[in-house]
Design a protein. Structure first.
Length: 407
């Protein structure tokens, strides 16, 4: 992806025309949420202005059009990750998807089992398993990693055993930027029949993720981090597992038949989709998939790796700033967390905002991980397809100005 293509892409994102405190917006908070192209924005408006209707329940024109667009979006998601449409469940976000999986697998967990996760998990892929272990008496085990976040596979072979029921891991850390060795971990766990759950919130938007190649049992991700709207997420699950799981919510289209005494559930995927769904945003998610597919996920990943490597090299010129996580580009995505040796991350973030630069500060919903570095918070810059080298240059220059601001 050359500069010309990036500049062309930027024209599709109206928010990038904004000025913040008199400066052009430089948006480096993509790990939190991405910006939206005009095609996604217009698709939401088009739904409400042209064919707003409920799905699956009407024989009139508007309902048929809405249903067709809604289900087409599901098919686009399935094709995007190489699954079947009936294995795609619409949820509110990655967090809800992970909770649905934890709840759905709870009946198969007892005090004889253990669940394995990493120490770099987002709270959404830590707390549900923590709570499940509290409820069932199962043991929660943690994979070890070095200071850069690289998983110790020798240790993994020691703690993943015949009693490991679930291995749940982030595909890419939202703090360290490390891309975890999910294929190697699958090889270790598959002989024990361990179910593999992947938090794909930071991976699916940025590089090709093939659920068949990964042989994962569940994959969870959110639309809003991949050019889509907020308030809608995706849960992929192997059909045979989803069929065995009980639904979390009841009512509406997830019902097959009801009497005054009992009820039966609809077929997949509708069994897990109670009530009127988020139709407009599901359709818009399909449009976001169209956009990403047109650009090419390999192109996006190469562009982000270029920006990441360039930024890491520029950080080496800043004596008072320290990157948290790996400083090599191999197995790394476009997330860079950092700290200043004297300044609080919130102060750094607030001053950068004066220059129009949006970054993230805090513990990034990974409090145990951040605290393991003997800090309470970190600053984070994260990249996407519309960011440029010139933006990185201004970002680095502004970090120097942050120091001058507090002198």
């Amino acid at each position: 992806m050359n500069n010309f293509e990036t500049e062309k892409i930027r024209k599709d994102f109206p928010i990038l025309n904004r000025k913040i405190n008199g400066n052009p917006l430089i948006y480096l908070d993509n790990a939190a949420t991405s910006q939206k192209p005009i095609s996604v924005i217009e698709s939401i408006s088009n739904y409400y202005s042209e064919y707003n209707s409920n799905v699956h329940r009407g024989v009139h024109t508007l309902s048929i059009e809405a249903t067709d667009a809604y289900e087409l979006a599901r098919t686009k998601i399935a094709n995007f990750i190489n699954s079947k449409p009936e294995e795609i469940i619409w949820t509110r976000n990655t967090s809800e998807s992970l909770n649905i999986v934890a709840k759905g697998l709870s009946k198969s967990i007892s005090e004889a089992n253990n669940i394995v996760i990493s120490k770099m998990e987002h709270h959404s892929n830590l707390v549900p398993w923590q709570q499940l272990c509290i409820e069932t008496g199962a043991e929660l085990r943690y994979l070890e990693n070095d200071s850069d976040g690289i998983i110790d596979l020798v240790h993994a072979r020691e703690i993943i055993d015949k009693n490991t029921s679930i291995l749940s891991i982030t595909h890419m850390s939202n703090v360290l930027g490390i891309i975890n060795p999910v294929n190697e971990l699958r090889e270790i766990s598959i002989k024990f029949g361990t179910k593999l759950v992947i938090d794909g919130a930071q991976s699916v938007p940025h590089f090709l993720v093939d659920v068949r190649a990964l042989d994962c049992d569940f994959l969870c991700f959110s639309a809003h981090k991949m050019l889509g709207p907020t308030g809608i997420g995706i849960l992929y699950g192997k059909k045979e597992l989803l069929e065995k799981m009980d639904p979390n919510y009841f009512g509406g289209d997830m019902i097959s038949e009801v009497t005054y005494e009992s009820a039966t559930w609809n077929d997949l995927p509708y069994k897990f989709e109670a009530g009127t769904p988020n139709i407009a945003d599901a359709i818009a998610t399909g449009v976001a998939i169209d956009y990403l597919t047109r650009i090419g996920m390999d192109n996006i990943f190469r562009h982000e790796q270029y920006l990441t490597e360039y930024t890491i090299n520029k950080f080496s010129e800043l004596s008072n700033y320290k990157i948290i996580g790996p400083k090599i580009i191999k197995n790394r995505g476009g997330v860079i967390s950092f700290n200043h040796k004297n300044l609080h991350p919130h102060d750094v973030g607030e001053v950068l905002d004066k220059f129009g630069i949006a970054i993230r500060t805090g513990h990034h919903c990974a409090m145990p991980l951040v605290r393991s570095y003997d800090i309470v918070a970190a600053a984070r810059a994260s990249f996407y397809l519309y960011n440029t080298k010139d933006e990185i240059d201004f970002f680095i220059e502004s970090l120097i100005e942050v120091e001058n601001y507090f002198k």
